[in-house]
Unconditional design. Structure first.
Length: 406
C-alpha cells in the first residue's frame, strides 16, 4: 500500500506515524513544508518519496503535489493527524479520488456548532450551543440559556481561545478579543459543570478496535488559566468498571452517527449534575503526545496499531491494561527564563521506578505562557498498576517539584 502522509517532519511526534507505516510494510510519501534537507537521515530512511509544498493547508498546492505523485504511481491513502490539517486533507482527498475521511465528516468534526446540532438531531446529549457572527446573536443566546456561557473559535483545538463568560462585562471583553464585533464567527455554548475527560479510539471500518479513557484534574479551562495549579491528565486502566459503560456507548454512538471509518478519534466529555454530555470530537489522535502514555500503560505500540489499521484494515495487538499512566505539567512561578528546580531528586528517590520520562528545560530556557498547554514548560510522566496510587504520586510531584524563573 502506498500512503501519502501530511507533515511528516513537524512537530517531532509526526515521525512516529511515518515510522509505524514503514514498519507495517507501507510505502510512504511525505507531503510537507520543510526543505527535504531538514528531514534527517532516519525520517528519510522511512520515506519512499517527499513532496514539498508552501503550506499543507493550501489545498491547491496540496492537490498539485498529490497529482504529481499519482502521475508516477498509484496512491491508496492520504492521511493527516493534526487538527488544522484534517479538513484541507479531506478536500484534497476527495478531489484526487482517494478513499478516507469524507469532507462532510471532516466538517462536522471541525465546526463545533454544526457538530453539536447534527449530533443533537441524532439523539446525542450535548450542551445547548449555536454559531454566532455578531454580538446581537450572542446576546440572544445568553438571554435564552443564561450565564455562564462558553465562547470559542468554531474550529479551535483544545482550550485555545476559549472563554468562560460569567457576566455582561466579561461577555463584551470576550466579544472584542475574539473579533465577533468585526464579523468573526464563534461557537457559543451553555456552560456545563462537572468532571471532564476524553474517550479516544482507533476505529476500523467504523468499529472501535482500541479504546482509552482519560481524566482531567482539574478541568481544562481552569488548568490553562491558573498558574499555581500543576494540572494532570490521567489514563485509567479500569475500562471494565461499570461506570464507564455509558461513556463507551456514547462514544461509539458518536462515531457511528458521524460515519467515521478507519481513523483515530479524540472525544471530550463532561459528567455532572446534568448527566453525561458529549463535548466535541476530532477525527485525529489526541494532542500532548497522549499516545505515548497509552503505549506506556498498555505494552502496545499504538502508532503501529494505527498504521496496521490504515494499511491492513485491522489492528494487530491488544492493550494489556497493566498500568494507569499520567502526565503532570509543572509551571514556572513566573514568566521569564528558567532559573532552576527543587524537589526533583526527592521525587526520583520516592517514585523513580514509576517515572516514564520527563522534560525539565535547562536553566536559561525562556518560559512559555501557561495557556500554551500541558507540555509547554516542564512535565513528568508516570505509570503505576493502581490508578489511585498513580493519582497520589502525581499529587506528590505537584506538591514537591517547583520550577523557578526570573
Amino acid at each position: 500500500m502506498h500512503v501519502l502522509f501530511v507533515a511528516p517532519h513537524f512537530p517531532a511526534g509526526q515521525r512516529e506515524f511515518v515510522r509505524a507505516l514503514h514498519s507495517v510494510g507501507a510505502r510512504v510519501t511525505g507531503i510537507g513544508e520543510a526543505d527535504p534537507r531538514q528531514l534527517g537521515d532516519r525520517l528519510r530512511g522511512w520515506l519512499h518519496g517527499y513532496e514539498q509544498v508552501p503550506s499543507v493547508c493550501d489545498e491547491e498546492a496540496m492537490l498539485r503535489a498529490v497529482r504529481r505523485v499519482q502521475q508516477r504511481e498509484w496512491v491508496d491513502r492520504l492521511e493527516a493527524t493534526i487538527e488544522a490539517h484534517i479538513l484541507p486533507t479531506a478536500r484534497v482527498r476527495a478531489a484526487a479520488g482517494i478513499p478516507g475521511l469524507s469532507v462532510e465528516a471532516a466538517i462536522l468534526c471541525r465546526d463545533k456548532p454544526q457538530m453539536k446540532e447534527f449530533l443533537r438531531e441524532h439523539g446525542i446529549p450535548c450542551a445547548r450551543s449555536t454559531g454566532a457572527a455578531s454580538p446581537q446573536e450572542i446576546a440572544a443566546f445568553v438571554r435564552e440559556v443564561g450565564f455562564p456561557v462558553i465562547l470559542k473559535p468554531r474550529a479551535g483545538a483544545g482550550a485555545s481561545g476559549t472563554y468562560k463568560v460569567d457576566d455582561a462585562p466579561a461577555l463584551e471583553q470576550a466579544i472584542v478579543e475574539l473579533g465577533v464585533d468585526r464579523g468573526n464567527s464563534v461557537a457559543v455554548e451553555e456552560f456545563i459543570s462537572g468532571h471532564e475527560g476524553f474517550y479516544d479510539t482507533l476505529t476500523v471500518g467504523g468499529e472501535v478496535a482500541h479504546e482509552f479513557i482519560c481524566h482531567y484534574y482539574p478541568n481544562v479551562l481552569e488548568a490553562m488559566r491558573t498558574r499555581w495549579i500543576s494540572p494532570q491528565i490521567v489514563v485509567t486502566n479500569r475500562l471494565d468498571a461499570p461506570g464507564y459503560e455509558g461513556l463507551k456507548r456514547l462514544g461509539q454512538a458518536v462515531i457511528r452517527e458521524l460515519g467515521l471509518g478507519t481513523t483515530a478519534t479524540h472525544m471530550e466529555w463532561f459528567y455532572g449534575p446534568k448527566g453525561l454530555k458529549f463535548s466535541e470530537i476530532g477525527a485525529r489522535p489526541p494532542g500532548v503526545s497522549q499516545w505515548d502514555l497509552y503505549a506506556a500503560a498498555n505494552d502496545l505500540d499504538i502508532y503501529r496499531e494505527w498504521a496496521h489499521a490504515i494499511v491492513h484494515g485491522r489492528v494487530a495487538g491488544r492493550p494489556s491494561r497493566r498500568f494507569a499512566s499520567g502526565i503532570i505539567a509543572l509551571r514556572p512561578d513566573r514568566d521569564g527564563r528558567i532559573r532552576g528546580y527543587s524537589g526533583v531528586e526527592d521525587i526520583h528517590r520516592q517514585f523513580g521506578r514509576w517515572v516514564v520520562d520527563s522534560h525539565l528545560p535547562a536553566p536559561g530556557t525562556p518560559t512559555q505562557p501557561i495557556e500554551a498547554g500541558y507540555m509547554a514548560n516542564a512535565w513528568i510522566r508516570m505509570r503505576h498498576p493502581d490508578y489511585d496510587e498513580l493519582r497520589s504520586m502525581l499529587d506528590a510531584v505537584g506538591q514537591t517539584v517547583h520550577v523557578y524563573a526570573g
